[in-house]
Ligand binder design. Structure first.
Ligand SMILES: C[S@@+](CC[C@H](N)C(=O)[O-])C[C@H]1O[C@@H](n2cnc3c(N)ncnc32)[C@H](O)[C@@H]1O
Length: 309
């Protein structure tokens, strides 16, 4: 039988017109259709089967439920039939009640979604949210960045450098561990990041030309320097006028084991010390604040300190 005849046959019934009209408005499950139309489940299922066979509907499973909607992939002929069915349904005596019930069901669905968010209000930022991650936020924030030249000092294998290289003009990653530099460089190559260059060097005297970068980053690296003030002065030298330094480090703590566990030289820094070193190096518009606190003991706190040359 031709698809036209199939469609005509499928729509030659007022109940099926009602169903198509409802599914043209929104996706619905059999239970919801039952609530709206007050028809029995088996009758609805039979009608849905016929309409689907005629290519007028599509369905998808979600757990134990199946949701139906009008077939978005239908050809033009089938689309015309669906529009005709919507018009025809308006002539049925159940139409007004169907539309009212549909509105009620959809409102209830929205309420259910809100119930979830109302329940977790006050905790939303801390509970798991599918797809939500600091990495994703990082990518979002990076899009706001202009095409900078960046020096990432004590870069490690390039967790941050790689992220930055996807947006910045050039990233120079400096680390004093030969193995880390070799690993980071190989990873950058594998990831096709041609604007990310790893250099072996010390963050107190980094192999970066004077006045050549727009941004210097020291992420959890400054507490490894023998003389942090020297590292900050070196950062100042390599920055162009108007360039910025960003230091992420630990707030001063008393967790002595950090020396042995993480090879830390300094047990974090007092905000006042960072402020003084930045000022002495020549930085202006200095901003320092605590930006994170770990939930697990010893409750490390992260400071973000910045300044402009
Ligand atoms: C805790 S990791 C931080 C890595 C990276 N910046 C991050 O935030 O993920 C510290 C890194 O600093 C490097 N490092 C330690 N002392 C250094 C120094 N004096 N000069 C350059 N790099 C140093 C280490 O090799 C290590 O890769």
């Amino acid at each position: 039988m031709s698809s036209t005849l199939n469609s005509l046959r499928a729509l030659a019934d007022p109940t099926r017109l009602r169903i198509v009209a409802l599914l043209a408005r929104d996706e619905l499950s059999v239970n919801e259709l039952q609530e709206i139309t007050r028809l029995g489940q088996s009758r609805i299922s039979t009608h849905l089967g016929l309409l689907q066979d005629a290519g007028l509907l599509q369905s998808r499973r979600e757990g134990k439920r199946t949701f139906y909607r009008w077939n978005e992939n239908a050809d033009n002929v089938a689309r015309e039939f669906i529009q005709l069915a919507v018009r025809g349904a308006k002539e049925t005596r159940e139409h007004t009640a169907d539309q009212l019930n549909l509105k009620r069901i959809l409102a209830r669905r929205n309420e259910q979604a809100q119930v979830y968010f109302n329940q977790i209000a006050g905790r939303l930022d801390r509970v798991y949210g599918p797809g939500r991650s600091w990495q994703a936020f990082g990518h979002l924030l990076l899009r706001i960045l202009p095409p900078l030249v960046v020096a990432d000092l004590g870069s490690g294998e390039g967790l941050l450098s790689e992220l930055l290289a996807r947006r910045c003009k050039k990233v120079i990653a400096v680390d004093n561990s030969e193995k880390i530099v070799a690993f980071g460089a190989a990873k950058a190559k594998k990831n096709g990041l041609k604007n990310l260059e790893f250099r072996l060097g010390d963050l107190e005297n980094p192999p970066v030309e004077a006045q050549s970068v727009d941004l210097v980053i020291l992420s959890q690296a400054l507490h490894h320097a023998e003389t942090p003030a020297t590292a900050i002065c070196s950062a100042f030298k390599m920055l162009r006028s108007g360039g910025q330094i960003m230091i992420l480090d630990l707030l001063q703590h008393t967790f002595n084991k950090a020396r042995e566990l993480y090879g830390d030289r300094w047990l974090g820094f007092a905000e006042s010390d960072l402020h003084r070193w930045l000022e002495e190096a020549g930085f202006k518009r200095i901003e320092i604040g605590i930006v994170a606190r770990e939930e697990q003991p010893p409750h490390f706190q992260t400071i973000l300190a910045s300044g402009v040359k």
